[in-house]
Design a protein around this ligand. Sequence first.
Ligand code: ZN
Length: 542
Amino acid sequence: MQNHEQAIRVIASPGISVTSPIAMYVGLDERNPNRYITNMSHSGLGLPEREYYRRTDGVFPGLREQYVAHMGRTLELVGQTGGAAKAAAVMAFETQIAERHWVRADRRDRSRTYNLKTRAEIRALAPSFPWDAAFEASGLGGAQEVVISELSAMGPLAELFMATPIDTIKAYLSYHLVRNNASVLPSNIDAEIFDFHGRVLNGQPQQRERWKRAVAAVNGSLGEAVGQVYVQRHFPPAAKAQMLELVENMRTAYGQRIDALSWMSAETKVAAREKLATFRPKIGYPDRWRDYSALEVRAGDAFGNSKRAQIFDWEESVSRLDRPTDKDEWFMTPQTVNAYYNPVFNEIVFPAAILQPPFFDPNADPAVNYGGIGGVIGHEMGHGFDDQGAKSDAQGVLRDWWNAEDVRRFEEVTGRLADQYSAFEPLPGLPINGRLTLGENIGDNGGLQVAYHAYAISRGGREAQVIDGVTGDQRFFLGWAQVWRTLFREEALRNQVLNGPHSPGMYRANGPVRNMDAWYAAFDVTAEDDLYLPPDQRVTIW
Ligand SMILES: [Zn+2]
């Protein structure tokens, strides 16, 4: 590797797995649900987030020192000389990358991150950068249009790359090549990578057992093959039928609540109702499984298997540029304990693994199911109506479909919710970022209120039974609290607060309930209690 263009070709080659300031991938076109498009976004940091390079308070300066020392050791472990000096140069490079990165909260603003550009327009962002080499080497040479996420950062990052000495780029790529492949490299290298990224940054005292990491590797490379086995063993068909009923009760409740909203105009309500009606639920697992027959798996070749799996995934994604979108595709495997809303397909997706206790149990008391999975269904529906998801219409197209007055009122009420969360301080000097977490918190706030409403619909006007002295409302809220039981080490908590769009679990449990009158009644909460909010400060959005 003699020059920057050669470096770009290496970075762009499928299966290499390094990092770089500019990343490319193929994804859905947010303005056209029927096609895939090439996307470009900024990337290239070894620490979790730009703030780790910038903050001068608390643990951050010490973490940076440890990071540089760790990079130096890693480079020497793989046979390079002068590790310390190279690591210092890499750190200076990454710090300059971080200075050009957008703040985390801006990166989730869908109005700012959809910037459709032609190849000629991209070349003009930084004429000295070998853009065409990057496209060709990655197999994207035919892409004529690209959506750039952080547009204002791209030119400066490309110029920074070209202005950085090639020896620094080589050290940077060497370190990240080792880091990203550590799990399939000799164990002394893997141990060094874990020591910093696992122990120092995340507070993990020791690596997970080897067999668990091996399972995770198979899960990562052959996810839907594992998923088929998982579904056979753990997902009875009756669970799917019961989930569909829950989803429909949630849809009914959401609709009734939209009709009753005082802040939304009649005109926007019609459009919101249309969007609600077209939400497509996907439950459990895909109808058609991914075909892995072209992926070669060789016994005893973990490194090769990992590389081939990455190339397989990349080539599959590039081939999409020539095809219409596959609306039956799943973006999570069935064995994932999670769920998602995809605005481009206007779909809510619940993998089989979240349809298990404590979220859902076909034999459980409905109060607990509505408080658990009901709240989660409502949360995912809520993403269709959160500060970002609401920017896509019923057909999944990113466009303005609200009138300006509704947007103003929505921002007023959601701004109050953001302020509530910004007042939570998980660690001293590190409050929750109410703007960064707003979408998730809107999802929780609306989701739990709608689930409570749907629970009432499910009883058809009957009072809930009291079981072992616990009322239906109490069991509903306990069901919600149960799904967010979480333990964090301090390091991981810091990472999540700075980087994650989700509030940490304890705030997901407490944040929504204090906005619901029913919770005050259920547990006799008064002004003496920590979570108490006066009635005029409680926020109802949906
Ligand atoms: Zn969410």
